[in-house]
Design a protein around this ligand. Structure first.
Ligand SMILES: NC(=O)C1=CN([C@@H]2O[C@H](COP(=O)(O)OP(=O)(O)OC[C@H]3O[C@@H](n4cnc5c(N)ncnc54)[C@H](OP(=O)(O)O)[C@@H]3O)[C@@H](O)[C@H]2O)C=CC1
Ligand SMILES: Nc1nc(O)c(N)c(N[C@@H]2O[C@H](COP(=O)(O)O)[C@@H](O)[C@H]2O)n1
Length: 235
């Protein structure tokens, strides 16, 4: 089934954290934030997990550069999104979709009255059925999706092979914290060679940050065997 192309984008400290243990996620510098808004304008939709909504109360719109707002999508298993969060409060002006596993009809009514579109797509082991959710977005006309996190939702996409590109802005700061989250959380792959392989496409300095732009190129195990084959051919 067709699905949108997915770019996962995060701001990360030089020691690999996307939020401090105390909950501060303002990591990217001003220039990179402008780039993030440019990316939002270039994508049909932007998606986050419900914890990011709970912690950051984000807008996910385009306001630092000229451009159109993308559709805002929240993966929210039980349709628990707060009615007073900014996404819901602005849903009449900016298309906002909540993808849930199943929802109480009273809850759906409250959200839809406020302009939010609620879609029940069923469950997977991690929460909302991500594959079905992406297919539904495709059916709605979404061809490109900017995944903005958080790391728990990103793992759910990654382990299913649903991330096509990864862009990370590395900020020149160290924050430490063994409880501070990294770009991808979840259970993780047990071995490096089973991880998702990346190919570096671009490195650029954006203000004070360094941006690394990767394409996903299969599992690290696949890449290792291709590399061995190429070595065999050249010897
Ligand atoms: N620096 C950066 O660029 C960014 C930082 N962040 C930070 O990340 C933190 C939030 O990340 P995190 O805690 O990982 O939470 P997420 O935002 O990834 O949300 C995860 C939650 O989404 C719900 N969910 C629904 N369907 C799925 C699914 N299929 N797979 C996984 N989760 C699903 C679950 O909650 P439920 O079961 O309740 O529905 C789950 O616990 C915040 O502190 C935020 O500031 C976030 C984005 C970017
Ligand atoms: N790329 C990036 N860099 C950071 O430093 C960030 N904190 C984020 N966060 C993402 O953007 C959301 C906030 O968006 P608004 O400014 O409210 O529009 C936040 O919730 C994360 O998804 N991204």
């Amino acid at each position: 089934m067709p699905r949108p192309k997915v770019l996962y984008n995060v701001g990360m400290t030089a020691d690999g954290k996307v939020v401090t243990a105390a909950g501060d996620s303002r990591i990217s510098g001003e220039e990179d934030l402008k780039e993030v808004h440019r990316l939002r304008a270039e994508h049909d939709a932007v998606a986050v997990g419900i914890n990011t909504v709970r912690k950051d109360d984000p807008m996910l719109n385009v306001r630092l550069v000229e451009g159109e707002d993308p559709i805002r999508v929240v993966f929210d298993t039980e349709c628990s999104i707060p009615l007073d969060c900014r996404l819901v409060r602005t849903a009449r002006d900016i298309p906002t979709v909540v993808l849930c596993a199943e929802a109480d009809p009273g809850r759906v009514e409250k959200l839809e009255k406020r302009g939010v579109k609620v879609e029940e797509v069923g469950a997977c082991e991690d929460g909302v059925d991500v594959e079905r959710g992406l297919e539904l977005l495709y059916d709605m006309g979404v061809r490109t999706l900017l995944l903005e996190g958080g790391p728990t939702l990103a793992w759910s996409f990654l382990k299913r092979g649903l991330i096509d590109e990864f862009r990370v802005a590395v900020a020149p700061v160290l924050v430490g914290g063994s409880d501070a989250l990294t770009p991808v959380e979840g259970e993780g792959f047990p071995r490096v060679d089973l991880g998702v392989g990346l190919e570096l496409k671009r490195v650029e300095r954006v203000g004070r940050d360094v941006v690394l732009w990767y394409e996903v190129s299969g599992s690290a195990a696949d890449l290792a065997s291709e590399h061995e084959e190429a070595r065999g051919r050249s010897s």
